[in-house]
Design a binder for this molecule. Sequence first.
Ligand code: AMP
Ligand code: MG
Length: 489
Amino acid sequence: MAQHPGVGPASSAWSHRFAEELPELVTPWQADVPTEPRPVTLNHELASEVGIAPSTLQDPEGLRDLLRGDGSAVAMAYAGHQFGNYSPLLGDGRALLLGEATDKRLDIHLKGSGATPFARAGDGKAALGPMLREYVVAEAMHALGLPTTRSLAVISTGDTVRREGAKPGAILVRVAASHLRVGTFELAARASDPDVLQRLADHAISRHYPEVADSDNPYLGLLDAVVAAQADLIAQWMSVGFIHGVMNTDNMTISGQTIDYGPCAFLDEFTPGAVFSSIDHGGRYAYANQPGVGLWNLSRFAETVLRLLSSDPDEGVALATASVTKYEAIYQAAWRARMLAKLGLPDTTADSTLVEQLLELLDRHGADYTSTFGELATWLERPSAHTESALWTAPEWTAWLDRWRDAMNVAGLEGPTVASRMRQVNPTRIPRNHLLEEALDAAETGDLEPVHELIDAVTDPYGMRPHPERYAAAPPPGFTASHQTFCGT
Ligand code: AMP
Ligand code: MG
């Protein structure tokens, strides 16, 4: 392997435990290393965290070394239900696992690094726009405090890829707790060697849920833990108005991190049925459907571990059913607590329909989801300051504000206290669709200033630093109705 100060020692400190423990689920492969790679965005802090000296990523030689890794990269195999239909073999068609940064056991992964044996008809490449989109949204989610894979770098390859015209090519370097997916279990459960599934489950337990290893039934502990992690994750998505867009089982992690930012979007106007993805014709992955899809995906996961739960098939089904049935209550409790916190209220608040009624009013009056919480905090601070929007001038809104005031009184909280609690949990800067579109369009023409400015704004979601006002503003009228997002494949 080529020597380069910083990168050599970092990659030589990687381990390859997934590939060693589950050789049936990987294919050794190498990245197509571009001759003139250039850094487009670099996450210095994250690079240092995984033991890569950020300075080495500034020049082509260091980038090439990173992409080569230590020569032990693999493409991971997985299956998955896509829009409800089972695909027996998907796998990393254009991605590679370089290794695991040893002390933290974080995957270092490439996306857009060339066709692998799993590529089928795909070119194995990625365009700059979608890779920057994933970089920005994942880092925004992290800054919001949500479990997510992270973005280390977007590297331009200097090549051109064909996607409705010629686009600049790029590689995303991603860091994740792991790349174990529900789809990985779906593949392992159908492997001819029954041992693969058990080894995979043991690997997942040791990596993500070591606390269940010594329980009476560790595999039931694993299922319970994944159900709880996903219920909590999806509750968090809902509370920030995030739409994943392509919740196929191969895009759902065992760790509970959000993964694979493709046609994702944040709500502007609150619309429960919102769908932005150009390929989601039936609205399967609409905003309000996400909790239900999460349960559907977890049921597919539960099916894969049935025979590990018990040697008695009936008992296995009973245990799995009981585990998955807990999802609803965990989701509801997590969602309610987060939504009440957005209103500055404790999760003991007795008014059980206050949140639902708020959302119904936002929907009815086309109010912007994120901005409304800021306006509510401002109203508590300065009751005369409210806007003249349809929501704020609606008669039923005054009645809702009274109910909210009552809930504050019951909790013994004064308006200014509630307002300051709200400011701590309600973001003002999220990667809104119009901001992303504008920044990514500029990046494609070679102007990187807007995307860097956007990253700076959305990684400071609660507005601790000054940013141009437009990063906190709703889109221009008419934008949302016509907006579509794309998978970026
Ligand atoms: P995704 O929709 O990004 O989760 O990808 C679904 C499947 O398609 C995965 O197996 C990917 O590796 C594969 N895939 C997506 N884009 C490409 C591409 N450009 N070349 C090869 N495989 C791809
Ligand atoms: Mg995927």
